[in-house]
Each structure stands twice: as structure tokens, then as C-alpha cells.
Design a protein around this ligand. Sequence first.
Ligand SMILES: Cc1cc2nc3c(=O)[nH]c(=O)nc-3n(C[C@H](O)[C@H](O)[C@H](O)COP(=O)(O)OP(=O)(O)OC[C@H]3O[C@@H](n4cnc5c(N)ncnc54)[C@H](O)[C@@H]3O)c2cc1C
Length: 382
Amino acid sequence: MENNYDVLIVGAGPAGVCAAKTAALNGAKTIILEKQPTIMASKPCGEATSQQTLKTAGVADKPSIVMHRTDAMVFSPNLKSIHIKEIGFSLNKTMFIQEIAAAAAEAGAQIRVREEVQGISRASDGTMNIKTSQNEYRAKVVIGADGYNSTMARNLGVSEKSEPIPTVQYIMVNCHLEYPNTVRFYLGNEIAPMGYAWIFPKGEKLTEVGIGVRGGSAKQYLDKFVGMFPKELAKGQIIDYRGAPVPVGGIIENNIQDGAMLIGDAAGMVIPLTGAGIHSSVAAGLMAGEVAAAAVSEGNCSKKRLEEFNRKYDEQWGQRIKKSLKAMRAIEQLSDNELNLLQQVLAADDILDLANGFEIRKVAKKLLAHPALAVKLAKSLV
Ligand SMILES: Cc1cc2nc3c(=O)[nH]c(=O)nc-3n(C[C@H](O)[C@H](O)[C@H](O)COP(=O)(O)OP(=O)(O)OC[C@H]3O[C@@H](n4cnc5c(N)ncnc54)[C@H](O)[C@@H]3O)c2cc1C
């Protein structure tokens, strides 16, 4: 009985801790298992997000969580830029996740670290058996929030994966940034083919410099990119060098089964064009925990019942992810000259619409006036 739960969550990243919070708040006996020794942002991440992310997560924007408030600049290959004045947050993601984990614990969720989920199977009564490095559990619903290359997906026989883009990121010290309060994004086939490079200031001392590319070595492109900024980065020293894939190919088809849900990176819930997944994972976690708890209280944890999650998520996020994927597919076909032209034509609001998958039809209409962009970009967007 001790190891019997209503809802068991695999992985305590942004998606998992949010699912634990709402599952417990909605009355489910909940446990979250994390393989790392600490609840923390163990994977490399730019940790940049919108102000709205904290609102969605119910986390206050206090200094221990928000390290830096920044605006943004997007650079085309000719190094001309569009300035986005909207202020975003550079998070201390570990503190952010821990704050939500605390809320989950206060709501009654059990949290266990250093406990890796190794096997999941369905028992004859329909409940789920979960085998970890230390224990065995039973749960009515298992939520897989264990990131890209999910163990839970493998155990459930889900072979589909959202297309990944490889990324590498350095955290550097002793940099002398020209724009110390601005996150910068650089596009171009020479700089970052089918992806982008970034420079994010973080607090007073740290700078994150990273890249996502397809069709080449991310590390080689990143070193070349660092070399483009002799004044700013030449004296910089790397104190953290890690890489990880970001699933940018959209949400997988089979993320819900009887008694099981896959959410966050494990299911490709990332905004494709930007690779941003914190907000979309937080939202997925909150919704998944709520739906799982409701299903348990109704005594119906079937796939059909749990699919309420997909319907709710699709309204707010699935559509955005689809639109952003469309924009990504179209933009990755553009030559550097066409990207330069795009920079001349688009305003800051258009960039936000495209990147986030908001009003892409509006942007497409604007592009129709420019023959090169009309054919290659506008038509694909509509
Ligand atoms: C280099 C890089 C930069 C990024 N920059 C940004 C950015 O600036 N802004 C943004 O919004 N997004 C960014 N992202 C994306 C963002 O990091 C992810 O989309 C987000 O963290 C996904 O959250 P998640 O909870 O789904 O998964 P994850 O954050 O991957 O968390 C999964 C958790 O599950 C645990 N786990 C895995 N397997 C098991 C197991 N078998 N048993 C128990 N626990 C397990 C892991 O240890 C981890 O804690 C970036 C990603 C990368 C790689």
C-alpha cells in the first residue's frame, strides 16, 4: 500500500514539478521521482523566458529566481538587427524548479531524488507498475516528464521522437558585452545553418554563448561564432561546456495511453523556431497534473479520458507549436540574402509573432509584397 499512488511523475524538470503540484492540489496521492541527486536544472539551458512564464507557473519574479531582465536583438547574416523592447527574464532555473517543487510538497506531493525510473509496465488490472533503482511502485496514472529520449516513452513502446536539433552552450566569465542587458540571436547559413546562435548575459558576471545547428558540428560552429566577437568574448573563459538535443519537430502523436501521459520535452512540447520549452513544459505539467487527478477521482484513467489533456493543450499550445514549426520549416529554406531582406521587412512584433507561433498569417500578408519572400516564405506560412 505504501508504494501505491494515484499519480506518479517521472522527472522533476519544469514539466514534472508542475504536474506534481496540480495533481496534489487536486487531491491525488502524488509522487515525483528524479534520477539526479538534486532537484535542479541539470541539463544545459539558456534559461531565458518571458514574464508570462512565471505567471503561468505561479512563481513570484523575485531576485533569487530572476537573475537578469533583458530586452532582445535578432541579427540577420549581415549583422543588422531588429530590437525587441519587450523585457524577458533570465532565470536561475534551478531555483525556479525548486520553488515549484516546494509548492508541490506543500500541496502534499512526495518527492524522491536519486531514484531513477528503469521500467514501466501495465498490470492486469490496468494500473501501472513502476520499477526504479530502489523501489517498485503502483500508480493509476504515470506522467512521463523525463525529457528528450524519454525512458518512459521507450518503456511504453513509443518509438516516435520529435526531431531534435543538437545544441552546445558555453557559460563564460570575463566577457565584456557590448549589450549587457540584451539577449542576442544570430541567424545565417554561415553562422548557424538551420538554427541560430545566441549570446545571453546572465547576472553581472556570466554570459551564455550557444548554438543549435543541423548538418554540421555544433561545437565547431560555436567556436567560429565566439571568434566573431574578439572585443567581447576573446578574454572570456569557459566555466561550463555542455550540449543537449532540443526537440523542435513538434508534438509526437502517441503521447497518451491508458494510464500514461508523456509531456514536456519527452513529447516534443517545445516552440520549434526558438527552441524555447520552459513555458510550454510548465503549461503542459500544470494541465497534465490536473487532468490526471480528475481521471483518478472519476475512476477512469483510460486513454480516452486522459486525452482531455491533448484537447486542452492543443487549444493553448498545440496550435502555436504547429504554427511555429511551419515558420521554422519556411525560414530554414532561406538564403542569407533572403534573411537579410527579412530583417528589413519585419518589425519587432512580427518577429515575436513568428517565433512564438502567434499571428503568422498577419506576417505572411506583409511578406507577400516582396516577391522573393512571397514565394519562399509567405506561401508556406499560410
Ligand atoms: C542548450 C539549450 C538551451 C535552451 N535554452 C532555453 C531557453 O533559453 N529558454 C527556454 O524556454 N527553453 C530552453 N531550452 C529548452 C528547455 O531547456 C526544455 O524545453 C525544458 O527544460 C523541458 O522541460 P522538461 O521538464 O520537459 O524536461 P527536462 O528539463 O529535460 O527535465 C527532465 C527531468 O527528468 C529527469 N529524468 C530523466 N530520466 C529520468 C528517469 N529515468 N527517472 C527519473 N528522472 C529522470 C531528468 O534528470 C530531468 O530532471 C534549452 C535547451 C537546451 C538543450
